[in-house]
Design a protein around this ligand. Structure first.
Ligand code: MYR
Length: 282
C-alpha cells in the first residue's frame, strides 16, 4: 500500500507527461458555452477553446468540479493509498477547494487533506510537483503539508497582466473596489493575489510599463543569485512568452523556467494576450 496520493485540479495546467511521471490525479473544472458544458483539458483543449470563443456570440462561463468527481477519484485512490493530498486553485476565486473538502469528508478508507494554493495555474503547479516528488520519495502527509506551508510562507509570487480587464470584471473575479468601472478599459494594471483574491498591484496605463514593473519585482527576488523556479504563462501569445522566457534565462543563470499556459477556464476570465510570471525561491 502506498502512503500518499496527490490530486490537483485542471487549472494547474500540468502537462499529461508530468501527471503520469509523478502519478498525479487531475480533476477538471468546466467551461460552459450556452447549454454545453465541457471538462477542460479532457473535452476541450485551449486551441479549440479560443476557436470557439471567436465563433460563439455568448461569452462562456466556468464552474468548479462536482463533489462527485472528487469522491470518485478519492474512492479509486483509497484502494491503493492511505492518505490523499488535494491541492486546489485559490478558494478566493473558485468553489473547487470547497468541493474537494466536502468530498473528503464523505470518503472512507483514506484520510483526505485539502491544501488551498491561494493562487492558480503553473504557480499552483509548483506546489503540486513538490508534493508529488515528496510522495514518491515516501514522505508522510504531515511532512508534505509542512513543506507546502513553508513554500507559501516563504513567498510564492505571481504577477500577471491582461489586455482587457472587462473579462475579469464580468466574471466577478476582480477585487478592485478602488477601480472605477468606467476606467477599466483604459488601464493595464499589474495584477496579483492578496488574501486569496485577485487585486490590482499597481495601476499602470501601458502594457509595456506593466511588464517592466513585473520584471523589476522579479529582479528583486533573483538578483542575489539564489536558486529560483519560475514560470512564464501565456494565453494565445506563445511567441511573446517564449521571448520573455529566453530573455530571463539569458539574464539569470540561477533561474529555471517552465513555459505554461492559461487554459480554457482561466482564459475565460483573463482573455487573449494575457501574460503571467510566477516564481519562488527554492
Ligand atoms: C470557477 O468557476 O470555479 C473557476 C474560476 C476561475 C477564476 C480565474 C480567475 C483568474 C485567475 C488568474 C490566475 C493567474 C495566476 C498566475
Amino acid at each position: 500500500m502506498k502512503t500518499v496520493a496527490i490530486v490537483t485540479d485542471s487549472t494547474a495546467y500540468l502537462p499529461n507527461e508530468m501527471l503520469s511521471e509523478y502519478d498525479i490525479s487531475m480533476i477538471p473544472l468546466n467551461v460552459v458555452f450556452g447549454n454545453e458544458s465541457f471538462l477542460e483539458e479532457k473535452e476541450i483543449g485551449v486551441d479549440d477553446f479560443f476557436e470557439k470563443l471567436r465563433s460563439e456570440n455568448e461569452f462562456p462561463k466556468t464552474s468548479q468540479p462536482s463533489i462527485g468527481s472528487f469522491i470518485e477519484t478519492y474512492e479509486r485512490l483509497s484502494k491503493t493509498h492511505e492518505e490523499i493530498i488535494t491541492i486546489t486553485l485559490s478558494s478566493g476565486i473558485s468553489g473547487t477547494f470547497q468541493s474537494a473538502y466536502s468530498a473528503g469528508g464523505m470518503v472512507e478508507g483514506a484520510d483526505v487533506h485539502v491544501f488551498d494554493s491561494e493562487i492558480s495555474c503553473m504557480v499552483q503547479g509548483f506546489y503540486v510537483l513538490e508534493a508529488a516528488r515528496m510522495a514518491q520519495e515516501g514522505y508522510s502527509s504531515d511532512r508534505i503539508l509542512e513543506r507546502l506551508n513553508e513554500m507559501k510562507s516563504e513567498g510564492m509570487h505571481a504577477y500577471f497582466l491582461v489586455n482587457d480587464l472587462s473579462n475579469l470584471h464580468r466574471g466577478g473575479r476582480l477585487n478592485a473596489a478602488q477601480l472605477v468601472v468606467g476606467n477599466l478599459l483604459q488601464i493595464k494594471p499589474v495584477l496579483t493575489f492578496v488574501d486569496k483574491q485577485i487585486v490590482p498591484y499597481e495601476k499602470i496605463r501601458t502594457r509595456k510599463k506593466a511588464l517592466n514593473k513585473i520584471l523589476s519585482l522579479f529582479d528583486e527576488s533573483a538578483k542575489d543569485g539564489a536558486p529560483i523556479k519560475a514560470t512564464v504563462i501565456y494565453a494565445n501569445n506563445k511567441e511573446e512568452a517564449l521571448k520573455l522566457k529566453s530573455e530571463l534565462e539569458e539574464k539569470y543563470s540561477n533561474v529555471e523556467i517552465i513555459l505554461s499556459y492559461f487554459g480554457p477556464v482561466i482564459a475565460t476570465h483573463l482573455g487573449e494576450g494575457s501574460l503571467g510570471l510566477g516564481w519562488y525561491r527554492t
